[in-house]
Design a protein around this ligand. Structure first.
Ligand code: GN1
Ligand code: MG
Length: 350
């Protein structure tokens, strides 16, 4: 990978490149030079066809955030947001000879991320970082951001894709649909409730903001002392509603098990972490949110878990064409897991 790395403006030659992180879409590597560390990523351009627009979105948003953060916390704030590193030609991305797309960020060293939150304090701290993300972008014109994945969290479109998959797949994949009749029934039973927020947004009741749209808890980095420091993984920054970010955060921060835990008995919601995440998020954002936004917030955790369930099951029916999987039934396990979590979270919304 040296030939890729050497095309970016690093502080010196790479002395080590090793795989890093647990994303389902892009491949990430940690690169060390004598003096610095970087994050090299191969961007999945089947998922993100417009790499130029994707990079512009990230650049615009990180610039805006950096200015706001540094205004609040001075030079120390520089570390608290992602910084793309240009290629030798001054671009934010590189296309290699095989047609793969690459980019490099400064590495945010010495920070920790959690797939499953260990303590309510961590949930509170991470939620504040996500809160600041929304708050600092409150005055950023959403129109400047290209919706690189249109309708990403539109559950009505996601349900349409689910219907197409379950009714139209051919050959062996039909067995997958047959095997999932109980899950399909449960998905359809919740569809009316779960499309409510989308319908309200379309009526113009909820503010269209710049949202992160992938605020699962492992996308916020904490210091070893447990302070929230940086929000990462900005590929899905797009126009959206606060419910997408709070919802994705709470479904991951309050869950008692990882997203792909196969034992359904272990999947539940931890009340203390739920409360801590909510208090942390609102401690930073409450003054920026309207009554209507606040009103629908408690329903959004269930919505985001439900969106994930629908997406994972759709991909399972389609033959695992979207998410990376580690074993044949991985998407089924994730889908069942998130469906159970959505049902549990619905009980928390009343
Ligand atoms: C994907 O690649 P990763 O793990 O950051 C997905 C998110 C899902 C998540 C589920 C672009 O994110 O929407 O919530 O998996 N990202 C995309 O773990 O589809
Ligand atoms: Mg992501």
């Amino acid at each position: 990978m040296q030939h890729i790395v050497s095309r970016f403006r690093l502080s010196g030659p790479a002395i080590d490149v090793s795989p890093f992180g647990s994303g389902h879409i892009n491949a990430s590597f940690r690169v060390k030079t004598e003096e610095d560390e970087y994050l090299l990523q191969r961007v999945n351009h089947l998922v993100f066809p417009d790499i130029a627009a994707l990079s512009d979105n990230i650049q615009l948003v990180t610039d805006h955030l950096r200015k706001k953060i540094m205004k609040a916390s001075g030079e120390a704030g520089r570390q608290q947001t992602l910084q793309l590193i240009p290629t030798l030609e001054g671009r934010w991305w590189l296309k290699d000879q095989e047609g793969a797309y690459w980019r490099v960020f400064e590495f945010l060293s010495g920070l920790v991320s959690y797939d499953v939150v260990e303590t309510p304090e961590q949930a509170y701290a991470g939620a504040r970082s996500y809160g600041y993300f929304l708050r600092f972008l409150d005055d950023f014109p959403a129109k400047q951001i290209v919706p690189v994945l249109p309708d990403f969290h539109n559950i009505v479109s996601r349900l349409k894709a689910f219907e197409v998959a379950r009714t139209q797949v051919q050959g062996k994949l039909k067995n997958r649909v047959l095997q999932c009749q109980p899950e399909i029934k449960r998905v359809l039973a919740l569809a009316n409730d779960m499309t409510a927020i989308q319908r309200v947004w379309e009526r113009g009741v909820l503010k269209t903001r710049v949202t992160h749209n992938d605020t699962k808890f492992n996308n916020v980095l904490l210091t070893p002392a447990g302070e929230g420091l940086a929000v990462v993984d900005l590929d899905t920054v797009m126009p959206g509603i606060v419910h997408f970010d709070y919802g994705d955060g709470i479904r991951t921060a309050a869950a008692t098990a990882a997203e792909d835990e196969p034992d359904l008995h272990l999947i539940g919601v931890d009340r203390e972490k739920y409360t801590a995440f909510t208090e942390g998020y609102l401690s930073v954002t409450r003054d920026y949110l309207s009554e209507a936004e606040l009103h629908y917030l408690p329903q959004s955790g269930a919505l985001l878990a439900y969106i994930m369930a629908v997406r994972f099951l759709t991909d399972y029916f389609n033959g695992d064409v979207y998410y990376g999987i580690k074993y044949a039934e991985h998407n089924l396990v994730r889908g069942r897991n998130q469906l159970k979590l959505a049902e549990v979270l619905m009980g928390f919304s009343s």
